[in-house]
Write a protein that binds this ligand. Sequence first.
Ligand SMILES: *Cc1c(COP(=O)(O)O)cnc(C)c1O
Length: 421
Amino acid sequence: MTRFNTQLVHGLPGDDNNTGAVNPPIYNSSTYAFESVGAMPRWDYARSGNPTRDFLERQIAQLEHGSRGFAFSSGLAAIHAVLSIFEPGDRIVVGDNIYGGTYSQINEFFSRWGLRFTPVDTQDLNAVQRALAGDEANGVAPAKAVYFETLTNPLLKVNDVKALSALAHRVGAIAVVDNTFVSPYLQQPLDLGADVVIHSATKYIAGHSDVVAGLAVVRDEELGRRVYFALNRLGGVLPPAECDAVRRGLQTLALRMDRQQENAAKIANYLRRHPLVAAVHYPGLSCDPGYALASRELRGFGGVLSFEVLPGVNPAVVLDSLKVFRLAVSLGAVESLAELPCRMTHFELPREERLKIGITDQLIRLSVGIEDSVDLLEDLEQAFEQARRARVEVPEVAASDAAPAVSAVSAKTDARVAALV
Ligand SMILES: *Cc1c(COP(=O)(O)O)cnc(C)c1O
């Protein structure tokens, strides 16, 4: 068997053309000819399956160590299909800080179709155990699944896939993991006991902000049959050209993530020492509460991190001043992106709920790309300098909580950047 990096580059090649092309062809055909009326061709209609999609689906199944993979037109289409395998009345325990689109799909769509959801803090295993068990005396049957994300967004809390999957199995439920922030390069959740893995391939897997796609991989054949039915009947399949874009992105997944993580670690260390930063959330920092678990279950810490600027520092000024980081939602691509969760990705959550789960108005999220780390650090430094100036100009900020004098900060600036690159 080949190893991970070789699998990224080559996948499981089919033998369906005799041109010698080193890349699998993009089959732009919606229909496939039957040899005769009685024939049972492998391909008949491209929603049901086509060779370009098949290549990607077999490759992601191989990379995630599952039995079968599926390619969808978006991450949310993948989540829709996976959640559709349940029946009205089934109860699913969900992480209380999952991706906003998933939260909305669950609460505004699936709840209308009779699925029931129990939100829970997946960091609290006792609470998860109670939520999974239900309350038979009061007519609440055990849950059918637990659904959570490996790393939470935007606070980068680490969820324990092994423990959460084991708790689910104890009550006969399955574990469904959104592995978007981690990718199979850093973890195969199925190896830790999960039953279904989902990706927004839009992010790390495709990796270039040029395609919207979703993937799902299942552990066993029976789940595979149910997810395939949902894929084919709901119809949110990934078209051939996009399948190829995802395949090409996958080839450099490991190379990209190595650089992204290296840069993210440097930035996290820089932020940790910055006088305008109150807190940094990155599981790769040894002082982070998720560090021990991440070191155990992940092969790296990923390229996304978030931080809070001090009260009185306007995070919008920091963001609006960035020149190398682009101000945009999404993550996982070669270019560095920055955003303000309370205004750009989590604005639909009522402020009180948002604050309850720790997403403050001062929180900035970074998705670190593959640029030169010096350029990224210098960009942050000059953006902080703008924010510091804006802060000093605010008359109501008392001298005692204002930042240090201009010259003192500037003098430290170069030394701080130089020490980290
Ligand atoms: C982006 C994202 C999704 C949704 O994926 P789309 O490709 O945008 O539909 C789901 N889960 C996570 C964790 C995401 O970051």
